[in-house]
Ligand binder design. Sequence first.
Ligand SMILES: Cc1cc2nc3c(=O)[nH]c(=O)nc-3n(C[C@H](O)[C@H](O)[C@H](O)COP(=O)(O)OP(=O)(O)OC[C@H]3O[C@@H](n4cnc5c(N)ncnc54)[C@H](O)[C@@H]3O)c2cc1C
Length: 401
Amino acid sequence: MTHSTDILIVGAGQAGAQAAISLRQEGFTGHITMVGEEADLPYERPPLSKDYLSGERPADRLLLRPPAFWAERDVEILTSTTIVSVEAGMAIADDGRRFAFGTLIWAAGGHARKLSCAGAELGGVHMIRTRRDDDDLRADLHSAQRIVIIGGGYVGLETAAVLSKQGKDVTVVEAQPRLLARVAGPAVSDYYKAAHEAHGVTILLNTQVEGLEGAHRVSGVRLADGRLLPADLVIAGIGLVPSVAPLGLDAVTVDSHCRTSLPHIYAIGDCAAHPNRYARGSIRLESVQNAVDMAKAAAAHIVHGDSAKPYDACPWFWSNQYDLKLQTVGLSLGHDETVVRGDPAAGGWSLVYLRAGAVIALDCINAPRDYVQGKALVERGARISPAMLADTTTPLKQMEG
Ligand SMILES: Cc1cc2nc3c(=O)[nH]c(=O)nc-3n(C[C@H](O)[C@H](O)[C@H](O)COP(=O)(O)OP(=O)(O)OC[C@H]3O[C@@H](n4cnc5c(N)ncnc54)[C@H](O)[C@@H]3O)c2cc1C
């Protein structure tokens, strides 16, 4: 049986949900069908390594919108539906259902990258990408005390913070010489290392995993230097593999209206690289901001054509660990200078990133004012001397340049 729709959205996540919302806000009155692989209606992923993992936020408060919202806006959502191929105006699900579309919005995010070492399939080895992953992890945590987290990025560190607060013995294993190496400067990396260690987390840098050991269930992590870390449970936070294979592509790049090179197919969110002036080129971002803003750009183009506003948003991001609230604005990629603003030992502070003398990003830790005011500096690429940026007696909004 073939299901026909004007717009098919594949992926019922952050970007897919926003695309449906924005299409209606822009005045689109045609038929919208959203299909998603998961059993859930669209929900927020960030709490999966924060207050949902800790049990502070209940499942019903994960939903991006209440169930009635979608019906009221006449958005048809089919959950537990995986699209396996797309060809000439037709998307095909793994159970053979066919979806004929006028326009396709590919919003399929990605899947958590799996460990490739020996033992990766043992019981007690977890990843965090979906609510289901989190529920499985939480159920398994009761009987686990020694936790090894592989990967010192945001997801791994947020998870370490939640679990150490629950009294678990947590070790983070990171292959790079510092935490958050891909996304933050050394001052931020060092600060988070010290914060985790102060909460009793063991951080192992420059450390490669050789394999996981255990009979049916994991009992230890063998490191490349021969050491064995005893482990009741292992969590891999080693990144994302974009879900784009059903489009017949290895990677998806879109233009500033989120159009792919395939006719009538847009791609948005974690799965799609887009031209971004803050990156000075094409980049694939994994953030709520990017998912939402790409969705808005695609919806506007579908409704208004080339007169629609293209994607040109300044990237922002956040991370919560312990009582540390990190807010990032801009992209620090390619910075050649950093300025510490404020005293990290005293509480709120920011790391300002510059490239060729221009402010390109800020990491603000418990410093919401710097974050809010710093955005304008990033947007205009302000040229301000490092001495001035470091002067906390002058608010960033008063700095000219
Ligand atoms: C644990 C965790 C913590 C995070 N914390 C933050 C944070 O603090 N701040 C921040 O800005 N960002 C955070 N992020 C990132 C943010 O959640 C993502 O950038 C955002 O969800 C991307 O939205 P998306 O719609 O592109 O992808 P997703 O939200 O992943 O949605 C894609 C959906 O498509 C489905 N799908 C995939 N393939 C198919 C297919 N073939 N057919 C049908 N459906 C398919 C997937 O199952 C999924 O439901 C976090 C992510 C995780 C996992």
